[in-house]
Design a protein around this ligand. Structure first.
Ligand SMILES: Cc1cc2nc3c(=O)[nH]c(=O)nc-3n(C[C@H](O)[C@H](O)[C@H](O)COP(=O)(O)O)c2cc1C
Length: 276
């Protein structure tokens, strides 16, 4: 790519972030599908399997750090996991805090969830690679937010290898108890925001993983957001078409060493571990 083409890509990237609601020329001729009164897409993806697994919700039985400022101050990215088993209740809590549906607004117009979302479109689906979670077979899963259940999608032969391949060879991630993979169902946001949908989609994804970071911290687990996902490997593993729905973000979460729980230590633990 030559210098001018690179600069053009950068200009386009910047305008994609800043043009939301501020593109007068296009505004005059353009109507979103919602403005054209086209039918709204479903609020969440339909189950992919017949069977599903109920998740426990008795979160009062969890040891949660309720000191909000302490949680904020000790949140850190963690990349060294100790591979101990986690209770299903902890996994359920993480899913609830990052994507849980609290209520439905209107006649199925929107979900209200534990995270905010532009226009309450909540355009994400959450898939999981699970290992060492109490009561669950290791393997790939899909979260059903409308019923707070999980569906089992299958158990690949080399789950650890698949995890690291799917995250662009980030080998440390294959020791996580749960890798949260986020796909975007683009039309859920495009129906409302049309050509401007893609900036709020990215903003929304930050809310999801930040809640996941804080939830993990509050129960003594650690995780690390990952943009370096291999979309082809992820889409194939979870059966996504990569066009209408595509994987774009992930976060491994797992048990960590007690000494890594302080905010200062965790990054250096990773640096030491990797010999950097
Ligand atoms: C959008 C995003 C993408 C990231 N991608 C990666 C990644 O691919 N690999 C990784 O090791 N860390 C990744 N991180 C973690 C950052 O490196 C980390 O947040 C940063 O170093 C600051 O450290 P802290 O989270 O402990 O404050 C990502 C973080 C975010 C928010």
């Amino acid at each position: 790519m030559n210098e001018e083409a690179i600069r053009e890509r950068i200009r386009l990237g910047r305008s994609f972030i800043t043009k939301f609601g501020d593109d007068a020329d296009v505004d005059e001729d353009y109507a979103s599908d919602q403005e054209r009164k086209l039918p709204q897409p479903p609020l969440a993806k339909a189950p992919m399997r017949e069977a599903s697994i109920a998740l426990p919700t008795c979160f009062e039985n969890l040891q949660i750090d309720n000191d909000f400022l302490h949680v904020i101050n000790t949140r850190r990215s963690h990349r060294v996991f100790t591979r101990e088993q986690i209770p299903l209740l902890q996994l359920s809590y993480l899913l609830w805090c990052s994507q849980g549906v609290q209520s439905i607004r209107g006649k199925s117009y929107a979900t209200l969830r534990t995270v905010p979302s532009g226009g309450a479109r909540h355009p994400f689906e959450c898939y999981l690679a699970l290992q060492n979670v109490e009561g669950l077979a290791d393997g790939l899963y899909h979260y059903l937010p409308m019923t707070h259940r999980l569906e089992f999608l299958g158990a690949p032969d080399e789950l650890g290898q698949l995890i690291s391949d799917s995250l662009c060879e980030q080998r440390w991630a294959d020791k996580a108890n749960a890798v949260f993979y986020y796909s975007c169902v683009f039309y859920r946001a495009e129906w409302r925001y049309g050509i401007w949908a893609h900036a709020p989609i990215l903003m929304d994804s930050g809310h999801v993983t930040e809640n996941l970071y804080l939830a993990a911290t509050s129960i003594g687990l650690g995780g690390c957001a990952i943009a370096a996902v291999d979309p082809e490997i992820c889409n194939r593993a979870f059966g996504l078409d990569g066009v209408e729905e595509a994987m774009f973000y992930a976060m491994p979460v797992g048990t960590i060493r007690p000494q890594d729980r302080s905010a200062e230590d965790s990054f250096y633990a990773f640096v030491r571990e990797e010999g950097l």
